[in-house]
Design a protein. Structure first.
Length: 248
């Protein structure tokens, strides 16, 4: 008998001072959030001169660190309000990642911020396909998955984040899916006197589920870059591996 998985709604929204992006992220919240070292472990892979395509760059919290390292960065976001805060030396592209078609390939394509955990399987596949269309044949795709622990365990009233910028869980519902557990959450962020809410749906993904997504778009099995295998690195499979040289 086929199992049925009652999906939670995949609808994103946000509220609070300033504009919100289509995915419910608040521009002011991201503009005022400090860089917390999220991409420091990638530095050895991103020497000066590396061309980087950052998918979902927001206000440039991570992008500006890449610039400091001497990378040539193209930042993609579908929110003009987010892109308005990027440094002028970033090449800004306002577009949906899913339908992105740039006339350039990059040394590195970066999908940070747990965006791969999007609750909609078609969107997850489209994100990986966009990376495959834009990475150089000898380049890398670097992506970050959300840690499953907090997604599975946090309860209403829990406070996550830093003491100066607490994040409170206002609502959390969970539903099993074939690839992982779908989680719908409302979080409230506070910086000083201001609060923002974000309502979103994500899915927990283990490395095997991500490896399958990558394989389907022609990437190698991912290599973990940290002990928890949250940051993953993969490369395009060479054409030769798809079509081995004829030995006749
Ligand atoms: C969680 S924020 C992260 C921003 C930035 N990476 C950071 O860490 O500060 C996600 C960003 O991706 C953008 N975004 C989400 N889905 C997108 C899509 N399908 N196409 C383009 N941009 C998208 C949002 O507008 C938002 O700026």
């Amino acid at each position: 008998m086929a199992l049925s998985y009652p999906s939670l709604p995949v609808h994103f929204s946000g509220s609070g001072p300033g504009p919100q992006a289509a995915d419910g992220c608040s521009v002011e919240l991201y503009r005022r959030s400090v860089y917390a070292g999220e991409i420091e472990l990638l530095r050895p892979l991103l020497p000066a001169g590396t061309s980087v395509l950052e998918l979902g760059c927001g206000t440039g919290r991570l992008t500006h660190r890449l610039l400091e390292w001497g990378c040539e960065v193209t930042g993609v976001d579908n929110s003009a309000d987010m892109l308005a805060h990027l440094h002028p030396s970033v090449h800004c592209v306002q577009a949906d990642i899913e339908t992105l078609h740039l006339d350039q390939r990059f040394d590195v394509v970066l999908l940070p911020s747990g965006m791969i955990n999007h609750a909609d399987a078609a969107v997850r596949r489209a994100f990986v396909a966009a990376a495959a269309r834009h990475v150089a044949s000898d380049g890398r795709f670097l992506l970050k998955r959300q840690a499953p622990g907090w997604m599975l365990s946090s309860q209403v009233g829990d406070v996550l984040g830093r003491p100066d910028a607490p994040i409170e869980v206002l609502a959390a519902t969970r539903s099993p899916e074939p690839e992982g557990t779908q989680v719908r959450m409302t979080l409230q962020y506070r910086i000083g006197p201001d609060t923002w809410t974000h309502v979103f749906s994500v899915i927990t993904l283990d490395v095997a589920a991500i490896a399958e997504l990558l394989r389907a778009e022609g990437f190698t099995p991912p290599e973990a870059l940290d002990a928890d295998a949250l940051w993953l690195s993969t490369r395009p499979l060479s054409l030769q591996r798809f079509f081995p040289t004829h030995q006749g």
